[in-house]
Design a protein around this ligand. Structure first.
Ligand SMILES: Cc1cc2nc3c(=O)[nH]c(=O)nc-3n(C[C@H](O)[C@H](O)[C@H](O)COP(=O)(O)OP(=O)(O)OC[C@H]3O[C@@H](n4cnc5c(N)ncnc54)[C@H](O)[C@@H]3O)c2cc1C
Length: 437
């Protein structure tokens, strides 16, 4: 037998983040009985901040997402920045095509998650906030251990399928042995805060108007040599700003996350954007950074894993994506679970449609395309030497100090001589970058 006996629900979803809510919503619209369990007092209570959501996947689920959901700003300006202690070099990419059709929006999870939960309830999902799932219930089946439900305090609930959507730490997928303790280079720590500022101040400082917004990806002095980067995103009346730091590098260099964030916020090229603002939220969270290498088994008899819990995050250095992958994995999981429920086979074999649907979607394909990105981002030179090298070349070009001018090639060769970066590094890293990104 491949089914749990007399379940309370068709499906139990653990975690009302984006991945859990989308899975639950899609299953409810198929007519399945679904319970969505969230440990926070309300959905979003544990997801204080937000970020840039590449929203096309979300719009396939909710066609009116952009007009109905609590979105902040449409991102039309992407600024890529090399930050040095005394200089800042950027590529300022502004494109009206990014606003029609809308490509990405900023969201605050404290607003978005409750909206998603409301949509779930409207579709018939039974929402249980303020309940922490402590463990899954298992039974021995013909093909090994099978998940048949969950335990929360003294209560037990049973279902044909349990969905682990419990985020990057996913105790559930670790408990059932689908994920082991991750090596440190698969994880980063994100430290971020939300700074309130008047709407017109944001628009003037970030050169945007109306509901347009800007996303800054920053590398270099913002992390003080630690692998990772900084970011600044404009919300309607606040800025989300922070750093993502590779855990292995942070541990090896024994630096404090709060010191690095404070340094970044006070940096002479960052502070003017935030001046006069009030910090209204502050928090740290792990980020999955292992890419495809981190995505192992995502299903077993009676259980599937979605979103961050499955390691579905992509950091290419230019974009940090997790929310849109959470959407795609929720859609794929609901498809796979629906097919398994129809065929009355919710074993790992019966649930195989989830993996197939995931790898047929943009999420699985992008994980494959950027499989080499995590290794490329371990290139130490990117976090200090390259920014300083470019800064020194530009200083040589623009600093007219009444000494005779030299051709650009000569200026560049002098800067190279002073830098630990050699031409061979440039070729090697350039090729690795082209292959990874
Ligand atoms: C600093 C930082 C910046 C980021 N920036 C971006 C960005 O700009 N763009 C982007 O796309 N992504 C970004 N990400 C990644 C993004 O936040 C995640 O990929 C996304 O939130 C994953 O969604 P999820 O639903 O899988 O997990 P989560 O959003 O973590 O949701 C998990 C939910 O499960 C609940 N839960 C956990 N355990 C239990 C339990 N035992 N019982 C009941 N409930 C439980 C939690 O309370 C939570 O509500 C960023 C992450 C960080 C840390």
């Amino acid at each position: 037998m491949t089914e749990a006996a007399e379940p309370d629900f068709d499906v139990i979803v653990i975690g009302a983040g984006i991945a859990g809510a989308i899975t639950a919503y899609q299953l409810a619209t198929q007519g399945r009985s679904v319970v969505l369990i969230e440990r926070g007092e309300a959905p979003g209570a544990k997801n204080l901040s937000g970020g840039v959501l590449y929203c096309r996947g979300m719009q396939e689920v909710f066609p009116d997402f952009l007009t109905e959901a609590p979105v902040e700003r449409r991102i039309t300006r992407n600024y890529i920045n090399f930050l040095n202690a005394d200089s800042s070099i950027g590529i300022d990419y502004k494109d009206t095509r990014l606003s029609d059709p809308v490509n990405a929006v900023t969201v605050l999870r404290a607003k978005l998650d409750p909206w998603l939960a409301e949509k779930c309830e409207e579709a018939g999902v039974f929402l249980m906030p303020g309940v922490r799932v402590d463990k899954v219930l298992t039974e021995d089946g013909p093909t090994g251990k099978r998940v048949v439900g969950v335990k929360a305090g003294d209560d037990e609930l049973r279902a044909h399928v349990v969905v682990a959507a419990d985020g990057v730490n996913s105790f559930i997928s670790q408990e059932v042995g689908l994920r082991t303790k991750e090596p440190l280079n698969h994880l980063a720590i994100g430290v971020k805060c939300v700074v309130n500022l008047p709407r017109e101040t944001i628009e003037a400082r970030f050169s945007v108007t109306g509901d347009e917004g800007a996303a800054f990806a920053i590398v270099g002095d913002c992390t003080q040599g630690i692998g990772g980067g900084g970011f600044m995103y404009t919300n309607t009346e606040s800025i989300s700003v922070g750093v993502v730091l590779r855990l292995d590098d942070l541990t090896a260099k024994n630096k404090s996350t709060t010191d690095i964030l404070d340094y970044f916020l006070a940096h002479p090229f960052i502070a003017p954007y935030l001046e006069g603002g009030e910090v209204v939220e502050y928090g740290c969270h792990l980020v999955a950074e292992g890419g495809l290498a981190m995505l192992g088994e995502i299903s077993m008899d009676g259980l599937v894993v979605v979103g961050d819990a499955a390691g579905l995050t992509l950091n290419t250095g230019l974009t940090v994506r997790g929310m849109d992958l959470a959407v795609a994995s929720g859609v794929a999981a609901a498809k796979g679970i629906g097919a398994a429920l129809d065929s009355k086979d919710t074993s790992k074999v019966g649930l195989a449609g989830y993996r197939e649907a995931l790898f047929a979607s943009y999420a699985g394909k992008d994980m494959e395309t950027y499989a080499k990105a995590p290794a490329f981002l371990e290139t130490e030179r990117m976090y200090k030497e390259y920014g300083e090298l470019i800064g020194n070349v530009l200083y040589g070009v623009f600093n007219l100090d009444n000494s005779p001018r030299e051709h650009l090639l000569k200026v560049a060769m002098k800067a190279f001589k002073k830098s630990p970066v050699k031409i061979k590094h440039l070729i090697k890293d350039g090729l690795a970058g082209v292959r990874a990104l």
